[in-house]
Design a protein around this ligand. Structure first.
Ligand SMILES: CC(C)(COP(=O)(O)OP(=O)(O)OC[C@H]1O[C@@H](n2cnc3c(N)ncnc32)[C@H](O)[C@@H]1OP(=O)(O)O)[C@@H](O)C(=O)NCCC(=O)NCCS
Length: 167
């Protein structure tokens, strides 16, 4: 499998055209449960899940009245390949941001997640954040290794893992 070293990775702020490309990437090469909250009904990318995916990102990122986070389309060599997001967490003494990333299946395990995480941490620092947090599960080895490799402290409780990195 090729590494990410030769690939051009660009993070593009999400807007309606990029959201359409993001849905295309998700449908082509990701499971709905990896990229959005569960929707009742039979598995797979049916119309209800596609609509829920669009509504999820419109509500959380695109609609100024309801937005709580910034989302970027991850483009690898010109092709949509996943999403990255940063959500400021309110009520913390130090300004904290919660991060999330998903990649198309065929893009995983090539070092792309690591490079995207570096860009997110830089964006968080530039935005004045003092702490970077993320949540994953014990069985998500790639996410755990990515976070610990970036220097985050991992706190395991049951099946869940909270990661925390002072910026
Ligand atoms: C989690 C995710 C973003 C990681 O990105 P990635 O590009 O696959 O990860 P990288 O190739 O940059 O590798 C990061 C680390 O994980 C390791 N890794 C990657 N895939 C792995 C796998 N399948 N099994 C074990 N380790 C793995 C790498 O070796 C690397 O560790 P190292 O630096 O100690 O060698 C990606 O796998 C993904 O999109 N998964 C599905 C969605 C998801 O789980 N998102 C995160 C929710 S918190």
């Amino acid at each position: 499998m090729p590494g990410s070293g030769e690939s051009e990775i660009v993070l593009i702020p999400l807007d309606e055209p990029e959201l359409a490309r993001l849905l295309e990437a998700a449908v082509a090469d990701a499971d709905p449960l990896e990229v959005m909250p569960p929707v009742d009904g039979p598995a797979g990318w049916n119309d209800a899940r596609r609509e829920a995916f669009l509504a999820f990102h419109r509500r959380r990122s695109l609609n100024p009245d309801t937005a709580i986070e910034t989302t970027w389309l991850i483009e690898v060599d010109g092709n949509p390949a996943g999403a990255a997001r940063l959500r400021p967490v309110s009520g913390q003494a130090a300004m904290e941001v919660e991060a999330g990333v998903w990649l198309s299946r065929s893009m995983r395990g090539r070092g792309i997640g690591k490079r995207v995480a570096e860009v997110l941490m830089e964006a968080a620092r530039d935005g004045g954040a003092a702490r970077f947090v993320a949540t994953t599960t014990v069985d998500n080895t790639a996410a755990r290794r990515l976070l610990s490799g970036a220097g985050a402290e991992l706190d395991v409780h049951g099946a869940d893992v909270d990661a925390r990195l002072e910026l």
